[in-house]
Design a protein around this ligand. Structure first.
Ligand code: MN
Length: 249
């Protein structure tokens, strides 16, 4: 089996090294990742400038672009054979609820999925890299289980959030839906040392819909959250109402 691994924290991040190590026994691994931290870049592709691609001493390839650029190049440059599985992470910090729309971690996996390859995004829910090793072992367990017993024909796209705990391997797994967040906190204005005014995007809001069955609830209850995602953003529930609306014009 061939595995492509990407992330959004950059090729030097501890999370991608841990994921590569965890996958060592599962097949041959190729790494394509952004050269810098590209968290929060969503599915952006770099269309108006060329991308540089280099290989680090450890064999990781790094790209002067986004997470989606990295996976896109891996799949279209002809440098590696088509992978059987695309993995992303392990991200530093949660990617739950509305965060998944902004997440470069989820986007890297999504890029694989869009090319017809099963894909999984992994995130470590905590601050910093505490208990990364335990999270990597959980990631390996999830990969092995889904490959051995896929619940549905592929390709599929999973978003996995792992609590940062030493005993993460003992945490139950829960298949969840995405919760919702409140809008992010206000932007923070700051002056630089030369008196120019700048703004920082505010931090994410608290969970607004974090009830039972959501990713927020699972992780808060000490469980590994596994959310199957899809790309179709159509509002299927209200589609008939909208279709009726045009007929009344
Ligand atoms: Mn990140």
């Amino acid at each position: 089996m061939r595995i492509l691994i990407a992330n959004d924290d950059g090729y030097l991040a501890p999370g991608i090294a841990a994921l590569v190590e965890a996958c060592a026994g599962l097949g041959s691994v190729d790494v394509f990742a952004p050269e810098r931290n590209a968290s929060g870049t969503s599915n952006a592709l770099t269309l108006h400038q060329p991308l540089s691609l280099h290989t680090a001493a450890n064999g990781f390839r790094y790209v002067s672009g986004t997470p989606s650029d990295s996976v896109h190049l891996a799949l279209t440059s002809g440098l590696i054979p088509k992978p059987d599985l695309v993995l992303s992470g392990i991200n530093k910090g949660a990617n739950m609820g509305d965060d998944t729309l902004y997440s470069g971690t989820v986007a890297a996996a999504t890029e694989g999925y869009l090319f017809g390859v099963p894909a999984i995004a992994f995130s470590l829910v905590g601050h910093g890299w505490d208990h990364l090793d335990a999270a990597a072992r959980v990631a390996c367990q999830v990969i092995e289980h889904v490959l051995a017993q896929p619940p549905a024909p592929g390709p599929w796209l999973l978003n996995v959030n792992i609590p940062a705990r030493a005993d993460a391997e003992q945490c139950p797994w829960q298949v969840t839906r995405l919760g919702r967040r409140h809008a992010s906190l206000p932007a923070v204005a700051q002056h630089n040392p030369r008196g120019d005014l700048f703004y920082w995007i505010g931090p994410a809001g608290e969970a607004r819909e974090g009830g039972e069955g959501t990713d927020f609830h699972a992780v808060a209850s000490g469980q590994v959250s596994i959310t199957p995602l899809q790309v179709d953003m159509t509002d299927h529930q209200r589609l008939p109402a909208w279709q009726g609306w045009t007929s009344r014009r």
